[in-house]
Design a protein around this ligand. Structure first.
Ligand code: PEP
Length: 260
């Protein structure tokens, strides 16, 4: 199956409704419609509804940054995937900041992934090792455990349609992404694991994107890596000039998804 290019803007806990709307407006003027690049914006929960009303849906899709794994009930403060299903195509799940600051365990991530799929929302499952785990040579084991656990309640068909974000925790929020060799090894290991669990066809269909200090100048190098289908962009996505530059570079990058 041919994969398509994907760029996701993770706005994290930045921007109020007014600021988010202004950014969408500027992006809209600056970004052309590229049929080969899907552009997804992930604002905070309160911005989703107003932004969905003004978004040019030929150019952008929406993602939530999280969601709760129970569909409905007495869970004060939570927002479920069943409440998000009319608003978003995607949900970022298992981001390292959620795992770290909100104590999200492997089991919680697994249940959130299943809840998103159950509600017809495509998970963007984030996985990645910490600096310490890399130094201890535990990267492969960590990625293996995160993938096996998160996907354990899904069918092959569910997994085929999934997006995986490889985000080495140590590369997030910095000035430079991980080196191309490092990204290539992790991405090929993730595809190998998925192949072992769900078969070759699924491993070739699942989209894997890279996140961690994706500045425009690094895009060509990252997009040249075999198996990388796009980018998950944090701080650079808050600057419309930089983000538009990233999209354009992704558009001009290699044709993906035909690798044998
Ligand atoms: C992220 O946290 O998803 C991310 C990629 O952040 P940044 O681009 O700021 O490193």
């Amino acid at each position: 199956m041919k994969r398509s290019k994907l760029v996701v803007a993770n706005w994290k806990m930045h921007l109020n409704v007014h600021q988010a709307s202004l950014l969408v407006n500027r992006l809209d003027k600056k970004i052309a419609i590229y049929r080969d690049v899907e552009v997804v914006l992930a604002p905070n929960f309160i911005c989703l509804q107003p932004i969905s009303m003004e978004l040019d849906k030929r150019k952008f899709r929406l993602a939530s940054q999280d969601g709760y794994f129970v569909d409905e009930g007495s869970y004060t403060g939570a927002i479920s995937f069943s409440q998000l299903r009319e608003l978003v195509h995607y949900s970022i799940i298992g981001h390292s900041e959620r795992r770290r600051y909100f104590n999200e365990s492997l089991d919680v991530v697994r249940d959130k992934v299943a809840a998103a799929v159950r509600n017809n929302i495509t998970p963007i499952l984030c996985v990645g090792e910490t600096r310490e785990e890399r130094n201890q040579k535990e990267t492969k084991q960590v990625l293996h455990d995160q993938i096996v656990s998160a996907l354990s309640n899904l069918t092959s068909e569910d997994v085929e349609n999934l997006v995986i974000g490889y985000e080495p925790v140590w590369a997030i929020g910095g000035k430079e992404p991980a080196k191309p060799d490092t990204i290539a090894q992790a991405v090929s290991w993730l595809r190998y694991q998925i192949g072992e669990l769900y078969g070759e066809k699924v491993a070739k269909s699942v989209r894997i994107i890279y996140g961690g200090s994706d500045e425009p100048e690094y895009v060509n190098g990252i997009m040249a890596i075999e198996g990388v289908d796009g980018l998950l962009v944090g701080h650079a996505s808050l600057n419309y000039v930089q983000f538009a530059d990233i999209i354009e570079r992704v558009h001009h990058s290699r044709v993906i998804g035909n690798e044998e």
